[in-house]
Ligand binder design. Structure first.
Ligand SMILES: Nc1ncnc2c1ncn2[C@@H]1O[C@H](COP(=O)(O)OP(=O)(O)OP(=O)(O)O)[C@@H](O)[C@H]1O
Ligand SMILES: [Mg+2]
Length: 494
């Protein structure tokens, strides 16, 4: 069965209307070779899924095209590939580059069928997948290679999983899924959780299938900087400072358009022994059917240096450091453990054995009674006390409160952020940075997402308020009011 055809993208033609364009006018052929480092690792991998992602211009598309060149050469007519991208326009440069690489091998581009055909019978279909449902058209097909370009442009993994189901070979050729992507984009969160968070080159086995993430950095592609020295400069002009940093460094902790848009790899530190002297705060967002979240925070009593993925970081005096967490979920999205208050209290006592907690704040709702003792009281009887947190979400004009406090801490000023999390706090890192604005009330966050850790972190931030300077502009108003977000200019620790 032939792959569904998209209207062929427009591109340079050497004349005539014939379907087969034999690429006669290509430069003298030179076989494609991977560059040393990640590109070579990508091409050599025999794992089922390899995701090559990170910096823009890192050589990812070239690696994907080159990988099929080798597969086509090795497996001849058993080699059948499908390369998809989200948009048709974006396909054009990919096809042009493929024509250079494959032309050198004697492959021809058949525009109407939108495929490359090799003299040995190998084929690569090139398609765009405009809507998620378009993936349904591939049901029942079989391919030995599926390449998805710009994986993070797919908001949901569903179409991708459908494409993966087409990977099978009656001729016994090895089947594999390969994808390339940059941080940011509507699919950032699921791609990061499924592939990136396991860490680079760390092979994950699930149901007999293996997957791995290969990070791309611009420095791995010296060919680009040689050929186009101004590339980085142009990149800098094409996005916000955060997004450009994500593109240049391949930093997956930076997300454009999120509620906490200043969140980055600079907020995540490697665990260290928290000095005894530091004040400790515990915060709780209660949940039963939904997850509960407990955070343990230490307040830096002096400037301290900590290790991180992005190098050594200064933790300024007064900064909050989340050094432990307990997220009460079954592991299914937004599904709680259904633990009674006493069981949660026991879990907390166990986790903080030998530790002195100086302050503890929880959602005020746990102190309301509906007949019997409140959750707050049951926790206290079981040995864990809390006081009601300030649960202001959105500050009044001029006041730095609610989410503004948390955003100001994440953004930081001068010496750097005023909120850090240990990299062991997986549920904070998984849920908080991807939270979005409430579309109807942009100054608040979209509460339909998994926001329990964020709520509890907000209580902790409000228990150690930063004093406000001038009125705060809510973060990320760019797209709503066309203004740039800035933390207040002269806040300091209370
Ligand atoms: N092995 C190689 N041989 C020759 N040229 C290469 C090689 N690898 C990369 N390049 C060149 O470097 C440039 C950038 O590479 P490529 O388009 O693959 O990057 P990318 O990571 O896909 O970028 P983006 O994130 O923008 O999609 C291209 O012009 C490409 O042809
Ligand atoms: Mg690319």
């Amino acid at each position: 069965m032939a792959a569904p055809t998209n209207p062929a993208p427009t591109q340079k033609r050497s004349g005539g209307g014939s379907e087969t364009d034999a690429l006669e006018d290509a430069d003298p052929p030179a076989a494609w070779e991977p560059q040393p480092g990640p590109q070579s690792a990508f091409v050599a991998s025999t794992l089922f899924e390899v995701i090559y992602g990170g910096a823009r211009g890192g050589g990812k598309t070239d690696a994907a095209l080159g990988e099929f060149a080798r597969h086509a050469e090795a497996h001849g007519k058993a080699a059948k590939g499908l390369l998809v991208r989200r948009t048709r326009v974006a396909l054009v440069p990919t096809i042009e580059r493929a024509r250079e690489i494959y032309g050198a091998m004697g492959a021809t581009w058949q525009e109407q069928k939108s495929r490359f055909v090799w003299p040995n019978g190998a084929m690569l279909y090139v398609r765009y997948l405009d809507r998620d449902q378009d993936a349904d058209a591939y049901q029942g097909h079989d391919y030995t290679r599926v390449y998805v370009e710009e994986l993070t442009q797919f908001a949901s993994p569903r179409p991708i999983d459908k494409l993966k189901a087409t990977l099978r070979s009656a001729a016994g050729a090895p089947c594999a899924f390969r994808a390339t992507c940059n941080p940011g984009g509507p699919g950032h969160a699921w791609v990061k959780a499924r592939y990136i968070d396991a860490g680079p080159y760390n092979i994950i086995e699930e149901n007999g299938l293996s997957r791995v993430f290969i990070p791309a950095r611009l420095s791995d592609n010296p060919r680009l900087s040689e050929a186009d020295p101004l590339y980085v400069e142009r990149l800098r002009q094409s996005g916000s400072a955060e997004l450009v940093r994500a593109w240049l460094e391949g930093d997956w902790n930076v997300i454009e358009g999120s509620f906490f848009d200043k969140w980055s790899g600079r907020n995540v530190v490697r665990p260290f022994a928290v000095p005894e002297l530091w004040t400790r705060v515990r915060s709780l967002d209660w949940g039963y059917a939904a997850p509960f979240s407990v955070g343990w925070w230490a307040v830096a009593s002096d400037d301290t240096t900590a290790d991180s993925d992005v190098g050594p970081l200064v933790i300024p005096r007064g900064a909050l450091v989340r050094y432990r967490e307990w997220y009460g979920s079954t592991g299914r999205p937004n599904q709680g453990l259904r633990l009674e208050a006493e069981a949660v209290a026991n879990g907390i006592v166990e986790r903080e054995r030998g530790e002195k907690i100086h302050n503890a704040v929880a959602d005020p709702a746990i102190f309301s009674t509906q007949g019997g003792p409140s959750i707050g009281e049951r926790l206290r009887v079981a040995g864990v006390w809390f006081r009601p947190a300030d649960n202001t979400r959105v500050g009044k004009a001029g006041a730095l409160s609610g989410w503004d406090q948390m955003r100001a801490r994440i953004a930081g000023q001068g010496k750097g952020p005023m909120l850090f999390v240990f990299d062991t706090c997986r549920d904070f890192i998984r849920t908080v940075p991807v939270l979005q604005h409430d579309p109807d009330r942009p100054e608040d966050l979209d509460t339909t997402a998994e926001d329990h850790v964020a709520d509890e972190a907000r209580y902790a931030c409000l228990s150690r308020p930063l004093t406000a300077g001038p009125p705060v502009v809510p973060s990320n108003p760019r797209d709503l009011w066309g203004r740039a977000a800035k933390p207040p200019v002269n806040w300091k620790v209370a």
